[in-house]
Ligand binder design. Structure first.
Ligand SMILES: [Ca+2]
Ligand SMILES: [Ca+2]
Length: 192
């Protein structure tokens, strides 16, 4: 970021974001102002990210899930989120098309970033999702998804794979697109 001190988005990043997202130049500039105000260093650390995240989940433990989300957003693996990663993340998770969102969901579940999802990785993310669910909601869950393990088993079945197989991105997206239940199980939607 050559002109990061000037307070404006660098041309290079602006062009890149215009290409990769549906945000307009004005929108990107506004996001950048917000970002700089909240984060004067221009980078969000994992701890800061977890703090922001936990504010949205006051009744549960969002730390593990936040760590996974952070990992999926930190595309260059440097342990911080810069403005570009932040905007792309925002685009994928909020305004993107369903396939975009599912590409992101795939990267969330691909814990070791090797391009495939294993059943163990599904279990790991389901465990993190479970910690997000407040206690009073846990007791209301159907009996075949009222533990992280059961939720992982149920979700894994939609991919029609053996326990030791792995799921590629296209298979993951197809499986979730074709099944409403799978789409619900890969995420946690707060009731309130
Ligand atoms: Ca990064
Ligand atoms: Ca993997």
């Amino acid at each position: 970021m050559g002109n990061s001190k000037s307070g404006a988005v660098s041309k290079e990043i602006l062009e890149d974001l215009k290409l990769n997202t549906k945000f307009s130049e004005t929108e990107i500039a506004q996001w950048y102002e917000n970002f700089k105000r909240q984060c004067p260093t221009g980078r969000i650390s994992k701890e800061e990210f977890q703090n922001i995240y936990s504010k949205f989940f006051p009744d549960s433990d969002a730390d593990t899930y936040a760590q996974h989300v952070f990992r999926s957003f930190d595309t260059n693996d440097d342990g911080t989120l810069d403005f570009k990663e932040y905007i792309i993340a925002l685009h994928m998770t909020s305004t993107g098309k369903t396939t975009r969102k599912l590409e992101w969901a795939f990267s969330l579940f691909d814990v070791d970033k090797n391009g495939y999802i294993t059943k163990a990785e599904v279990k790991e993310i389901c465990t993190a999702i479970f910690k997000l669910i407040p206690k009073d909601e846990l007791s209301a869950l159907p009996s075949d998804e009222n533990s992280a393990e059961k939720r992982a088993d149920k979700l894994w079945k939609f991919f029609e794979k053996g326990d030791n197989d792995r799921v590629a991105e296209g298979e993951f997206i197809k499986g979730v697109m074709e099944n409403e239940v799978a789409l619900r199980l890969i995420q946690y939607q707060p009731l309130k």
